[in-house]
Design a binder for this molecule. Structure first.
Ligand code: FES
Length: 227
């Protein structure tokens, strides 16, 4: 699905024939429509290509999030990764090398190690910083809109969204900053793996790992999770 038309609140009003609204309040940036609300129910996902950039929208715990679909590390299909809760942070787990990326902030997490009682043990989860770009996403009149955080009005869009879903653009995901995922963001071969993924690739269930601040439990297996 590729939709590049960008919407403002007035464009919705005028389409509905409501000219009055245009005289009462300034236009509110909505962004690019990526689909109907009902096409992204709780636990659902939408993948879209906006101005050549591949992005994935997820609805988790009633909130919408939008993040670059292609993994910053080596171009993996991050957008179809499993979702894990790492100490309260909802993360996409890249199917290729299992990096955990925070869907709200774009942080990449890793688990530190501790040497204790002569043994090397899993320690606290820490962030390597923002590596994946996130984007403001808003829902209005039964449709979902994304504003790329590279666009000049991204901050206004985030405000208009009431910081719904992703809190972006964060300082690390502003139009002037470079985020590592920018490198693969437009790669058609990588992006099409996500965009053309079958519904079965988009798992809804959230798996909890590291909830104790330590290593994932023995129940967590690669590609085969149990709760
Ligand atoms: S491509 Fe290596 S973790 Fe995503």
């Amino acid at each position: 699905m590729q939709m590049i038309k960008r919407f403002f609140s007035h464009s919705l009003s005028s389409e509905a024939g409501d000219q009055t609204a245009q005289n009462e309040s300034p236009a509110k940036p909505l962004g690019t429509c990526v689909g109907d609300s009902k096409s992204c129910p709780e636990g659902g996902r939408l993948h879209a290509k906006i101005e050549g950039r591949y992005v994935s929208v997820l609805r988790i715990d009633g909130k919408l999030f939008c993040i670059d679909s292609i993994c910053f590390h080596a171009g993996g299909p991050l957008g179809i990764g499993d979702i894990e809760d790492v100490n309260g942070h909802k993360c996409l787990v890249c199917p290729w090398h299992f990096y955990k990326i925070d869907i709200q902030t774009g942080d990449k997490y890793y688990q530190g190690l501790e040497f204790k009682d002569g043994k090397m043990l899993g320690g606290e989860w820490k962030s390597n910083g923002v590596r994946q770009r996130v984007h403001p996403v808003v829902e209005e009149s039964g449709k979902i809109y994304v504003t790329l955080s590279t666009q000049p009005d991204a901050e206004a869009a985030a405000t208009a969204a009431g910081l719904l879903g992703c809190g972006g653009p964060t300082a690390a995901c502003s139009p002037s900053s470079r985020v590592e995922s920018d490198g693969y963001a437009f790669d058609a071969q990588c992006g099409d793996r996500v965009l053309n993924s079958p519904p079965s690739a988009n798992r809804a269930k959230v798996h909890s790992v590291g909830a104790d601040g330590r290593k994932p439990s023995g129940q967590v297996l690669r590609g085969q999770y149990k709760s």
